[in-house]
Write a protein that binds this ligand. Structure first.
Ligand code: KIV
Length: 258
């Protein structure tokens, strides 16, 4: 099992590029509170995302859409307190960046100033390309996210794999290249066919982190509660579960009740 020796230098954007160049896989997980951040720190994770998936995994919403910027800022600040080495990325929630470049910059600045995040992530291509350029121009590192973008799942026809038609595959490719050109330091590919990932990878010099996008990416990301088996709700078919913590928690609490 890989655990991080103490006193490691913090992971920087340059370090991620170096890892890509060396073919060293980048490990990214989500975290939503102080203890999950400490676990990510000790397990040697490179990038921690305070994902809007926390809307479902820890706040009990039915999707990622209702979570507010204020709610994610509280989670992100708690994660910051438990983390010193991994790069910390705050996920910009639906409704916090779409309306204008100014709104995007203001929301991103809050993640950096109030919660201590190193970077932010936003979803989709389209207007998000312009928002990315604006935030990068304002000095904030931005991670992109293409393929299945849960904030727009309804418009995409539900939580389903993307890029299966030639037209949609081209859209995913164009979005990824446009986000790179707008200054994203890394891009998440979610739920697209491995063959499409293989086709796009040679066009990207920034690190690509996959989730349900095959093995050709520079790293992989999983939702903390999915990989540890904590979340009782629906999980995607591509999620690999590495532990069954929920069962252990129920049996522990059950033993106390007895
Ligand atoms: O919110 C989230 O957890 C995410 C990851 C799946 C990349 O966006």
């Amino acid at each position: 099992m890989s655990t991080r020796p103490t006193q490691q230098p913090p992971i920087t954007l340059t370090k991620l590029v170096e890892k890509k160049a060396l073919g060293e896989p980048i490990a990214m997980v989500t975290a939503y509170d102080y203890p999950s951040a400490q676990v990510a720190e000790e397990a040697g994770v490179d990038v921690v995302l305070v994902g809007d998936s926390g809307a479902m995994t820890v706040l009990g919403y039915p999707s990622t859409v209702p979570v507010t910027l204020e709610e994610l800022l509280i989670l992100a600040a708690a994660v910051r307190r438990g983390l010193s080495t991994p790069l910390l990325v705050g996920d910009m929630p639906f409704g916090s960046y779409e309306a204008s470049n100014e709104e995007a910059i203001r929301s991103a600045q809050r993640f950096v100033k109030e919660a201590g995040c190193d970077a932010v992530k936003l979803e989709r291509g389209g207007t998000s390309v312009e928002r990315t350029r604006a935030m990068v121009g304002a000095g904030i590192p931005v991670m992109g996210h293409v393929g299945l973008t849960p904030q727009s799942a309804t418009a995409l026809g539900g939580y389903r794999s993307q890029g299966r038609t030639a037209e949609r595959a081209l859209e995913v490719l164009h979005d990824a290249v446009a986000l790179q050109e707008a200054g994203c330091f890394a891009i998440v590919f979610e739920a697209i066919p491995s063959a499409l990932t293989e086709l796009i990878m040679p066009r990207l010099h920034v690190p690509v982190i996959g989730i349900g996008a095959g093995p050709a990416t520079d790293g992989q990301v999983l939702v903390f509660h999915d990989l540890l088996g904590i979340y009782g709700g629906h999980t995607a078919r591509f999620v690999k579960r590495y532990a069954d913590v929920r069962e252990q928690m129920i049996s522990g609490v059950g033993a106390f009740v007895e």
